[in-house]
Design a protein around this ligand. Sequence first.
Ligand SMILES: Cc1cc2nc3c(=O)[nH]c(=O)nc-3n(C[C@H](O)[C@H](O)[C@H](O)COP(=O)(O)OP(=O)(O)OC[C@H]3O[C@@H](n4cnc5c(N)ncnc54)[C@H](O)[C@@H]3O)c2cc1C
Length: 359
Amino acid sequence: VLVIGAGVVGVVIFQALVEAGHRVTLVERHRVGLGTTAFSGGVVRCLHVDETLTERAVLGWRYYRDLCRAHRNAMTFHRTGVLYFPTAARVPWIRRQVARLAAMIPIEWLEPRVARTRFGQLLADCDEGVVWEPESGYVEPGEVVRGLILKGQAKGGRLLEGVEVRGVRWAGGRIVGVSTNTAPLDADLVIFATGPQTPGLLDAMAIDHDLDNRMVQVELRAPDGDTGDHPSYSDEAYGLNGRPDPASAGMYLGVRTDVAGASAVLPGPIDPQQSAIAIAAGSRRFSWVGASTTLGGVRSPECFAPDPHGRVCRLAGSAQLLLATGFNGAGFRMAPWASGEVVRLIETSEFATSGRAMA
Ligand SMILES: Cc1cc2nc3c(=O)[nH]c(=O)nc-3n(C[C@H](O)[C@H](O)[C@H](O)COP(=O)(O)OP(=O)(O)OC[C@H]3O[C@@H](n4cnc5c(N)ncnc54)[C@H](O)[C@@H]3O)c2cc1C
């Protein structure tokens, strides 16, 4: 099996396939983890806008928690806790979800009065109440991808860096591998985990898709004063998300980006217009944002699909081509679900029965 792209999605898939007994090569045109993954906040939390995403996110939360427990010298799960602010209209649904999830994960609903008592020094507005996930938080993307690569290599997985896949090779009506900037590589199955390069790659191969790229920007703000143990957060009402950055004593502040940029494939400096939008929205939720100052930030392309469920599927044109991308800004926490889905797709395909893809 050939996995193209060593971002978090490709690396988690690589490790899962090696673990499942497949013979796997992971191919990366640059170095491991330097695509969109290098810009990720690594926030891992559970409650999402619908039950499907929540189920997948719970899987991701357990995965990173257990991974960090098992490799505590190399990786840390930073339990900042996560606040999830719903819109007023969704409060009844959200409260039902919290009641359902409370049997499975640490989660509780905080009435406005309780939220103000616990987090009042941080909040400008908490009129609707808020969901509290005390055991959620974030991981450092670099730690996780490096750790997983080592795990996969230790079990026989192969990594090739500096190798760019240029196209798929066919013989006798079947895919037999890929062409690259160096030697061709043989494979029975090819998985595109190519992040924001995916729309361009699929266009070049004349393969149908519904993917697009958007720039995601997250400010790093220095609060004027002590914000204590500020939790990570996600905000349906004002489109915000972020987490603390202990190294700088700053807080990340991201706001939903609605601007599509099909040609956006490279990261760059932060855009002042987008900063102004983030600060305006952030000031409505948090009392510290208005007087905060800039510590810079990050801006990177992310692969989007028209809905938030990601694209983990067979590609049109060949059962030997799989896709894993389009996570709309949540690819880090969705990667563990994606890897399980890829293993399932492979094991229910013709390759499993012929044994051709197995080691
Ligand atoms: C600023 C920001 C903050 C975010 N914060 C969070 C967060 O807190 N939590 C969360 O869950 N998600 C977050 N996300 C989303 C998450 O980071 C991404 O969904 C995820 O990192 C995407 O990983 P990937 O492996 O699909 O893509 P990438 O990391 O871009 O990896 C794709 C890799 O494929 C390689 N590649 C591409 N084409 C080829 C080729 N032809 N041959 C060989 N290699 C190739 C690239 O070089 C790259 O290394 C954030 C995103 C951004 C931009």
